[in-house]
Design a binder for this molecule. Structure first.
Ligand code: C5P
Length: 233
């Protein structure tokens, strides 16, 4: 089995990220570089991770007109990242253009296409927030609607919270990759994550990949924390 742990590197600078990666690379499957680290350290940090042989999930959640998103996805594919995110609410044409750009660029370079993942409804939004932006259905219904649209637009994967995982895995077959944050080992602090699953529970519920941040990165010994999680899988 491949290692499904993706470590969220929610850190402010390259030095901190590289220090963590050095210790964690042998025991995790990939690293998530998000808006904070990418804004601070740019594409160079991605190149450094790739040069060290680590897989990269570039979590920039693109949302723009189809041409702009396709060009950004093409550039990310050239950087040789393994996963990219975009907002499914950007619509069918945007998602289809992104998937096409990933496939065509990868083909040109002779590599596997990065997984383009759709983000549905931000878990920070509740029903009242959705009403304010003109969405008059429950968050759960909107998640399902956008997930269907993403898959019908050609995306091969979705980001989903633990509580969405169970519903989405019933709808989509196992080749649809479900990437799940909000993971907390049984013995760890929940922090600001309200509805969590343990790594084992999330895998049993159908997750393909687990995004885990603080339970690993804030541990006194991050490598031991990752190894302990891995042992439960
Ligand atoms: O530290 P923690 O394990 O909570 O980190 C989880 C990561 O997943 C963070 O990078 C966070 O931004 C991201 N995420 C999340 N909940 C979502 C979507 C993404 O926690 N619904």
């Amino acid at each position: 089995m491949r290692n499904p742990i993706i470590v969220a590197l929610d850190v402010p600078d390259a030095a901190t990220a590289l220090r963590l990666a050095e210790r964690l690379t042998p025991v995790v499957g990939a690293f998530k570089i998000g808006k904070e680290l990418f804004t601070a350290a740019g594409p160079e940090i991605v190149r450094q991770f790739r040069a060290a042989g680590a897989s990269v999930f570039l979590d920039l959640k693109f949302h723009d007109i189809p041409n702009t998103v396709a060009k950004a996805v093409e550039t990310a594919t050239r950087l040789d990242v393994q996963m990219i995110t975009l907002h499914a609410s950007g619509g069918r044409a945007m998602m289809a253009a992104a998937e096409k750009a990933a496939q065509e660029t990868a083909k040109l370079l002779g590599r596997p296409a990065p997984l383009v993942l759709g983000v549905t409804v931000l878990t920070s939004m509740d029903a009242a927030d959705l009403v304010e932006i003109g969405v008059n259905v429950s968050p759960a219904a909107q998640v399902e609607r956008l997930a269907q649209l993403a898959v019908h637009s050609g995306l091969r994967g979705l980001v989903c919270s633990p509580q969405e995982l169970i519903v989405l895995r019933k709808i989509f077959p196992s080749q649809t990759q479900l990437v799940t944050p909000g993971i907390r080992p049984a013995d760890s602090e929940k922090g600001d994550q309200k509805r969590t699953l343990t790594p084992r529970e999330a895998m049993d519920a159908g997750a393909s990949w687990l995004v885990i941040g603080r339970p690993i990165t804030a541990a006194t010994d991050p490598r031991a924390a990752a190894e302990k999680i891995l042992a439960t899988l």
